[in-house]
Design a protein around this ligand. Structure first.
Ligand code: NOJ
Length: 578
């Protein structure tokens, strides 16, 4: 398929450079996260699929991103939306076939888009052949040693081996029942009980994953986003651990990961996160990628703090990038933002890695809602829903989200976008209980809503079934009835729409090489303002209530309309010399 075939209009200067080898493209890349089940559904069964994604690639070229990260589409019982893999070398029939994946990849490459796949090495599905073999094998067998089986505590081993609490709620341990009906050993699962943790001290496990990487590299993928890259090695002896404060559920040791929060305390990592032993694993993966021509990326999902610790994941012989969750969770306050930007550039730059920036993904409340909540935002993973006491103000959230994205896309390094944020989509806070699918909701008995609100299928067309997500109107999570205004076709070509804001930000970012530049802070604008130069471009964001007088220059981008030469509250502007 060519762009002409699709009827999409793309000005020649907007086309990304053709994929070339060895250029470390990821240092400056804007990477767009596709959550396959909610992107585009070609079959009409209510779940997005690979053919659907391929058909929409021109829309991503037009948007102006450099690469696509696909959340898991591998064979899986879908107990955690595909982050429970039962076969790492095949596509789940829900999403299509391996052949359709190859078509997607080839088409993306023709368009100059790189493709990153999501690899889930901390745990498998309990339906994976390795786990089934372990269950069938005796205690102490090599098959059992691939996972984390332990005897229970107490007189009959009735108590779990330690007190660790699963990320999704409840104990991190599940007890087996032997074939004769008597209780057996326990196995560890940081996440759902359907996601047993692998034993990464086991060399056989390590070799298997090297081969899995090669399987996808042989097909031509441009790299991997690595799930739970901070959790694979557990502290020896698996000691009891009680978190000192309520941390972000995916990891991190303090209530708030943001270094910008006053009095934020960084506690030692729990015995299951951020252990030093993980780095040897990443050196091995780095070596596997180096077997291949061209330049491939490894991006760590490592929820550890502080940023100087995250930087250990991206030393020259380990991964290429790590998500910057500290940035994601920084309060909408100018001093906090300046500090986290400085700390990020210093930490990542200190090891020769690019800084990364991210505001939304499939595990957090969409930033068009989160930024309206301020200190009332619940901890990561808890989510918001119909019964929450806090309700984000949509207009305020969107205004701040547009301003925040306009800061982010002017920063040097690599930026991650999550599908739908270019439409200004809010979190769906009205999802009915009966529709919820996140294991967090079930494992906490409905106490935490979880992450479904950011995973609702995205709107393409205002006046079509399922807003153009498919042709039948089916949708695995129901879409809100008032999303027509967010649909892509309702925003295309509309001056001031969020889609057009993203498009022009990405175009200017490319033209001005902002991803490859640097940050020079500009003083004199007051404490509620974030102001810096990146190359020739001046970026000013007003986070305070008082309008800020703008310097002379040409406005390249403004997150809201600028009237009378002053910058209103919650607005970001990019200014180039006249
Ligand atoms: C992190 C993923 O982003 C999340 O969606 C998933 O539930 C956990 N890892 C477990 O794989």
């Amino acid at each position: 398929m060519t762009l002409e075939d699709t009827g999409a209009f793309v000005a020649p200067d907007q086309l990304p450079a053709t994929v070339t080898a060895g250029d470390e493209w990821w240092r400056t890349a804007v990477i767009y996260q596709v959550y396959p089940r909610s992107f585009a559904d070609s079959t009409g069964d209510g779940v997005g699929d690979l053919v659907g994604i391929t058909g929409k690639l021109p829309a991503l070229v037009e948007l102006g991103v450099d690469a696509v990260w696909l959340s898991p589409f591998f064979r899986s019982p879908q107990k955690d939306a595909g982050y429970d893999v039962s076969d790492y070398r095949d596509v789940d029939p829900l999403f299509g076939t391996l052949e359709q994946f190859d078509t997607l990849l080839g088409t993306a490459h023709e368009f100059g888009l790189r493709v990153i796949v999501d690899i889930v090495p901390n745990h498998t599905s309990d339906q994976h052949a390795w786990f089934q073999e372990a269950l069938a094998a005796p205690e102490g067998s090599p098959e059992r040693d691939r996972y984390m089986f332990r005897d229970g505590r107490g007189p009959n081993g009735d108590l779990p081996p330690n007190n660790w609490e699963s990320v999704f709620g409840g104990s991190m341990w599940e007890r087996l029942t032997k074939p004769d009906g008597t209780p057996g050993q326990w196995y560890l699962h940081i996440f759902d009980r359907s996601q047993p943790d692998l034993n990464w001290e086991n060399l056989w496990v390590r070799e298997q994953f090297h081969d899995i990487l090669r399987f996808w590299l042989d097909r031509g993928v441009d790299g991997f986003r690595v799930d739970v890259a901070h959790g694979m090695i557990k502290q020896a002896g698996l000691p009891d651990y009680t978190p000192p404060v309520e941390a972000a559920s995916m990891g991190g040791s303090a209530t708030d990961l943001s270094p910008g929060i006053e009095n934020s305390v960084v506690h030692p990592d729990p015995p299951y996160w951020g252990q030093d032993g993980v780095h040897e694993i990443w050196r091995g993966w780095h070596a596997v990628l180096a077997e291949y021509e061209g330049d491939r990326v490894l991006c760590a999902e490592a929820w550890v703090d502080p940023l100087s610790k995250v930087a250990l994941w991206v030393r020259p012989d380990e991964m290429s990038q790590a998500f910057n969750f500290a940035y994601m969770f920084t309060d909408w306050k100018a001093p906090a933002l300046r500090r986290v930007i400085d700390e990020s550039l210093e930490a990542f730059g200190g090891v020769g890695a690019p800084a990364t920036w991210v505001l939304s993904n499939h595990d957090v409340i969409r930033h068009a809602s989160r930024l309206a909540l301020g200190a009332d935002a619940p901890p990561q993973g808890a989510g918001i829903g119909p019964g929450s006491t806090v309700k984000p103000d949509r207009a305020l959230g969107l205004r701040r989200a547009r301003a925040a994205t306009s800061i982010m896309l002017a920063l040097p390094g690599s930026a991650y976008l999550y599908q739908g944020e270019e439409l200004g989509l809010p979190e769906d806070i009205e999802l009915p209980d009966a529709a919820r699918q996140d294991p967090t909701w079930f494992r906490t008995g409905g106490e935490k809503y979880g992450r479904d609100g950011c995973r609702v299928p995205i709107p393409w067309e205002a006046d079509a079934p399922a807003y153009g997500f498919n042709a039948t109107g089916a949708s695995w999570l129901p879409q809100p009835s008032d999303w027509d205004g967010y649909a892509r076709d309702a925003q295309e070509g509309i001056v001031g729409s969020t889609l057009e804001l993203y498009r022009s930000a990405l175009r200017s970012r490319r033209e001005l090489n902002l991803g490859g530049g640097s940050v020079l802070w500009l003083n004199g604008y007051g404490s509620s303002v974030v102001a810096f130069r990146n190359g020739e471009l001046t970026v000013i964001a007003n986070l305070g209530p008082v309008p800020v007088e703008l310097p002379v220059g040409r406005v390249v981008l403004a997150s809201e309309q600028i009237v009378g030469g002053v910058l209103p509250t919650d607005t970001t502007v990019w200014i180039a010399p006249n």
